[in-house]
Design a protein around this ligand. Structure first.
Ligand code: ZN
Length: 224
């Protein structure tokens, strides 16, 4: 009688178990993706990361976005009307920016617009004939309280970029943590036409990075 040596173990059993395990993991991952896992991850990274808040046509304000604590600017800097307010977070840097602008001889600079409620943004959107300058409600940086529209008392908004103030701001605002948010030549990335008046506070470090690399916020966030 021929006796066969019993194999030490079933040599194929282990690879099969590994394959089954990997296949299960892949199926679970696909199910998770289908259930909106990626979106959840994107939301998580938006709210948990230390990066600057990106708000544009594609990125709405997060659902859990808390209304900013506001501070009025009237009596501190020139404003379009007494109701102009911003987030307390940017009050000091904005006042510093204005102080430096005054030192540079720019006496006609004023804040044309600051914080807007969702309702105000909706009205602006509804009333805008040219929406290449306006974000839809829920997508405007003005709702964060972190953005301001700056203007020269003697010049309309659209000619602002050619003024001494407009040029000075484009060159120097980063030192105070503000970036020219919608520069010319970056319209495809920002989705917004050139706005020489719209400045967004992102903090000194991010602003310097954007300035040094000639980046808009979309490029900065993509590089994170
Ligand atoms: Zn603006």
């Amino acid at each position: 009688m021929t006796s066969f040596a019993r194999p030490a173990a079933r040599p194929w059993a282990r690879p099969v178990r590994v394959v089954i395990l990997l296949a299960s993991a892949a199926v679970a991952f696909l199910l998770w993706l289908q259930a909106g896992g990626m979106a959840a991850l994107a939301d998580w990274s938006q709210s948990e990361s230390d990066g600057p808040l990106l708000v544009n046509a594609e990125h709405a304000l997060p659902h859990d976005f808390e209304e900013p604590e506001l501070v009025g600017l009237a009596g501190k800097v020139a404003v379009a009307d007494r109701d102009v307010s911003v987030s307390v977070e940017i009050e000091k840097p904005l006042l510093k920016l204005f102080k430096a602008a005054r030192k540079a001889g720019l006496k006609n600079l004023y804040v044309a617009s600051g914080y807007r409620t969702a309702h105000e943004q909706q009205q602006l959107w509804d009333d805008s004939a040219d929406r290449s300058y306006v974000q839809p409600p829920g997508h405007s940086e003005h709702q964060t309280g972190l953005a301001v529209d700056l203007a020269d008392l003697k010049v309309g908004a659209k000619g602002f970029g050619a003024t001494k103030a407009g040029k000075w701001l484009a060159r120097n605002s980063w030192k105070y943590g503000f970036i020219l948010r919608y520069p010319a030549g970056k319209e495809e990335l920002t989705g917004i036409s050139y706005e020489p008046w719209h400045f967004r506070y992102v903090g000194r470090e991010v602003a310097e990075h954007c300035h040094d690399n000639d980046w808009v916020l979309e490029e900065y966030v993509a590089a994170l």
